[in-house]
Design a protein around this ligand. Structure first.
Ligand code: NIG
Ligand code: FE
Length: 417
């Protein structure tokens, strides 16, 4: 099947020569084509250019679907490289507790937080989990996301971690969105191991990782390396064990303190280090010229009222930045990447162009798929969205809270939801 998008007011994030990600000053560069066309053949972007370059051969096809994009912009779909969207239930009561003054860490210490989710998940079937997660997947697809990474981590015992990962595989097989899976057995210390954390780390290493690998249930391995959760030493042990099975690290680091998580991630060539509220010169220096993508999660910082990651400093120091949603019930109950983009501009002083790179190409890199996703490039998968009538690229992050996405195309198919 062929689709022709024509009269596109502006085709955004175009690449003639692809790059794996953009860093530093380059982040402010987004190539666009005004008055453009785009041709999709089957699931692939075949060609694009200005309307004046559109050749008649493209129109001589009986099966061609033509979509008029007058006054509309076309973007590559968002890639959301950090979510926990398979979870048993919302945690709005903790939200109220925090309004009343409790902190995220206090709630966690009282057995709420991640442990609360783990208790609920234990009693749910894989089918129930799948059905509720698919509702969230459909919601984010409508909001323009075309690729998503999903973590385990609400199981915290071998059986339940495997249950979660099988649900993620099931989503991968059945949803039109591109899915990558991350094993996060070390997300919290389960109640029985409060005074014997290293015993739990042993279980993650000796029991969970071999089974996750045997069933090929994960692409990446994650650890919540932070104050009150897992230490750098625990993290290093777990990452080394995972890497033996080919699981590349992607870790939670420096959300609650200056704990050495960033340096541990870089040491083990993590694909990304995520959160980064607590980051200083040493962390920035450690990240320079590495293959590790610094990933900021504005939804979690906003929802928990955390101090903001020094994104401007990092970009000015030449680093790349990715922005992801962290969609989860405790610290970021939203997978709305348009809203994340708006926060990037409003709270982190990123330019609209920097935010486009941070939510498409750089997040694609942070989930290992930037060869096929994250930009409008010939040969990449045709995952993109068409906006409503809007004046230009600045308008999307400016009009925060509006859904300006009119049509979603995934794998070259117009979605009807
Ligand atoms: O990325 N920081 C650790 N994990 C999640 C929160 C998970 C939860 O509270 O359920 C996060 O913010
Ligand atoms: Fe997270």
């Amino acid at each position: 099947m062929k689709i022709l998008l024509e009269n596109i007011k502006e085709l955004v994030q175009v690449e003639d020569e692809t790059v794996p990600f953009k860093a530093g000053k380059e982040m402010a560069n987004v190539k666009t084509i005004k008055e453009a066309f785009l041709i999709i053949r089957d699931e692939i972007i075949e060609d694009f250019g200005t309307m004046s370059q559109l050749k008649d051969i493209y129109r001589d096809d009986d099966l061609l679907i033509e979509i008029d994009c007058s006054d509309r912009l076309v973007y590559p779909s968002f890639c959301d490289s950090h979510t926990h969207l398979v979870y048993p239930a919302a945690r709005e009561q903790e939200f109220v507790d925090r309004i009343k003054g409790l902190s995220y860490e206090e709630i966690a210490r009282r057995g709420g937080g991640i442990l609360n989710s783990a208790k609920l998940l234990h009693d749910m079937s894989a089918e129930e989990l799948y059905n509720s997660a698919m509702e969230r997947v459909i919601e984010i697809m409508k909001l323009g996301t075309g690729a998503v990474e999903i973590k385990s981590g609400y199981g915290l015992n071998t059986k339940d971690e495997l249950k979660m990962l099988r649900v993620i595989s099931w989503i991968r097989e059945t949803a039109p969105i591109c899915v990558r899976s991350t094993f996060l057995g070390a997300h919290a210390i389960p109640p029985g191991y409060k005074n014997n954390k290293s015993k739990y780390v042993d279980i993650v290493i000796n029991e969970m990782i071999p089974q996750v690998a045997a069933e090929e249930l994960a692409d990446y391995i994650d650890v919540f390396c932070d104050r009150g959760f897992f230490s750098v030493e625990d993290t290093e042990r777990i990452l080394m064990a995972g890497m033996k099975y080919g699981l590349r690290p992607k870790i939670h680091a420096n959300e609650l303190g200056l704990t050495g998580g960033v340096q541990a991630g870089v040491k083990y060539n993590a694909l990304s280090v995520d959160h980064l509220e607590f980051i200083g010169e040493d962390e920035i220096a450690a990240l320079k010229n590495t293959e590790t993508m610094p990933t900021v999660l504005p939804g979690a910082a906003f929802f928990l009222g955390l101090k903001l990651s020094p994104v401007r400093e990092m970009i000015d120091a030449g680093l790349p930045i990715a922005l992801a949603s962290d969609f989860n019930p405790g610290s970021s109950p939203s997978g709305n990447m348009s809203l994340i983009s708006a926060m990037g501009c409003i709270k982190y002083k990123m330019l609209p162009e920097e935010v486009i790179n941070a939510t498409t190409l750089n997040t694609a890199y942070a989930m290992g798929i930037s060869e096929s996703y994250g930009s409008i490039a010939r040969g990449k998968v045709a995952n993109l969205f068409i906006t409503h009538e809007v004046p230009g690229i600045e308008y999307l992050p400016y009009a925060f809270g509006s859904n300006l996405i009119e049509t979603v195309i995934l794998n070259g198919e117009v979605q009807s939801f």
